[in-house]
Design a protein around this ligand. Structure first.
Ligand SMILES: Nc1ncnc2c1ncn2[C@@H]1O[C@H](COP(=O)(O)OP(=O)(O)OP(=O)(O)O)[C@@H](O)[C@H]1O
Ligand SMILES: [Mg+2]
Length: 372
């Protein structure tokens, strides 16, 4: 087993486009690291440089302690699973899984042992004689994972392996891959644009935007302490409400003022942002921290009355949309509170959970993100 280290890696494609801008990332031995970000942020490019499928324009890739920049993909001790499973259609499941070992001229009994072991882990034992067209999408993806397992690589690389599956199967395979990681304990690097997959699977998550890393941390820390507005808006569903505002102090008391709100900020947070008095900022509040007034009738401040433009009932929770002026807020409330669209409803913001970001750099003003 081995960790993976990226040191200032860069990628410029032959057409001159710079896709990766000097990324540093330390993936620990045995860690499940997720690379997440919107389409085009260079997740695949980064993963493919680790795999050796894409030339590295600058910087270093190390697997374990070995510099692999110039090492052939097949000699890097990695196995990669792609979105399109790319199984050989004329071969049985058994042959699909054993093929690479045969190419490596492994002894027949070892091949058989490894294939049966992988099939057992993945619940494919009864399907070893089937051809790919006799399998469901989920089963095919499992064979693709099986093909990676039999190689017992130091590092597994996954590039959006579940995106061809329907929603239900995706959830099921997500759990299976997490279980596989618990069992095998290999280093795994998993690329997805789906923040739910990232949150549920990653030991740590690396959030990327336009070929740069925006933050690397555990799912909980990313959710609670986003380093900037990009991560704040990307992680969490529905997204965090992020609104431009101004910080104002009245004596030692800190207020956040925007178009429609005058929010009193708890003193312990106010103390940390004293030097931003009078400055333009962004404030962020997650939908679950905007409550219906009924839940806190005692609150003396931080409530507001707004017209509900849309009510989305999810069964276990309800999302309320407010669109005052040109801002939009989403609140997540209890389904037992009766609200209809068009109603004016009094809401309360819990500013203990407020996030404050610099108006220019968009970096978090309250929390210093952990460096790797
Ligand atoms: N061969 C290429 N030549 C030039 N530019 C490329 C090439 N391949 C990718 N790019 C560009 O590099 C950037 C990163 O692409 P990449 O495929 O790594 O993104 P991604 O994060 O994996 O996106 P997605 O979620 O859509 O798969 C994109 O702007 C893309 O257009
Ligand atoms: Mg991609």
């Amino acid at each position: 087993m081995a960790g993976v280290r990226l040191e200032k890696i860069e990628k410029t494609y032959p057409n001159g486009f710079k896709a990766v801008h000097g990324i540093d990332l330390d993936i620990r031995d045995g860690e499940f690291m997720v690379l997440v970000g919107p389409s085009g942020c260079a997740k695949s490019t980064t993963l493919r440089m680790v795999a050796g499928l894409e030339e590295i324009s600058g910087g270093k890739v190390l697997i374990g302690d070995r510099l692999v920049n110039d090492v052939e993909p097949k000699d890097r001790d990695i196995a990669m699973v792609f979105q399109n499973y790319a199984l050989y259609p004329h071969m049985t499941v058994y042959k699909n899984m054993s093929w690479v070992l045969k190419l490596k001229k492994k002894p027949a009994d070892e091949i058989d042992r490894r294939v049966r072991q992988a099939a057992d882990i993945l619940g494919l034992t009864d399907m070893l004689d089937r051809k790919p067209k006799q399998l469901s999408g989920g089963q095919m993806q499992r064979v693709a994972v099986g093909r990676a397992i039999v190689r017992s690589p130091k590092v597994f690389l996954f590039d959006e392996p579940l995106s061809n599956l329907d929603a239900k199967l995706r959830v099921q395979m997500r759990v299976e891959i997490s279980r596989l990681h618990t069992k095998l304990k290999n280093t795994m690097i998993y690329v997805t644009h789906d923040q739910v997959e990232a949150m549920t699977m990653g030991d740590r998550i690396c959030v990327m935007e336009l070929g740069r890393i925006k933050q690397v941390d555990t799912p909980t820390n990313l959710y609670r302490y986003p380093a900037n507005t990009f991560v704040a808006g990307f992680i969490g569903s529905p997204s965090m409400n992020i609104v431009s505002a101004r910080l104002n102090f009245d004596g030692d008391t800190c207020y956040v003022d925007s178009q429609n709100l005058h929010l009193r900020i708890p003193d312990d947070i106010g103390k940390k942002v004293r030097q931003y008095d009078g400055k333009a900022i962004y404030f962020g509040i997650r939908p679950e921290h905007i409550h219906a007034r009924e839940t806190n009738p005692e609150a003396a401040d931080n409530f507001f009355n707004m017209e509900v433009s849309v009510v989305e009932n999810m069964g276990n929770e309800v999302y309320l949309y407010f669109t005052p002026g040109n801002s939009q807020y989403i609140a997540r409330i209890d389904p037992d509170i009766p609200v209809r669209s068009g109603d004016s409803h009094e809401m309360w913001l819990d500013t203990n959970y407020i996030h404050l970001f610099d108006g220019e750099t968009k970096e978090n003003l309250i929390y210093k993100p952990k460096t790797q």
